[in-house]
Write a protein that binds this ligand. Sequence first.
Ligand SMILES: [Zn+2]
Length: 72
Amino acid sequence: MNEATQHPNTPNSPSTASMEPGSYGYCSWHHAYSAGVRVINVVEQASGPGRVDFACLPCREQHHLVPFADRP
Ligand SMILES: [Zn+2]
């Protein structure tokens, strides 16, 4: 299987150069996969892999969430 088949859930697409609108991922707020999710919280744990919370745009507006990368 050497076909260059594009998977719909391939994380990185080079066409989105600057101001990336977000990526496809799991929204921790409405508990479903959605497009345009952004990282909201990065929880580092001493033991274990830690946790990253993503939220989609509607949930960010509804809950007034600020993306992790947009904070001062
Ligand atoms: Zn959501």
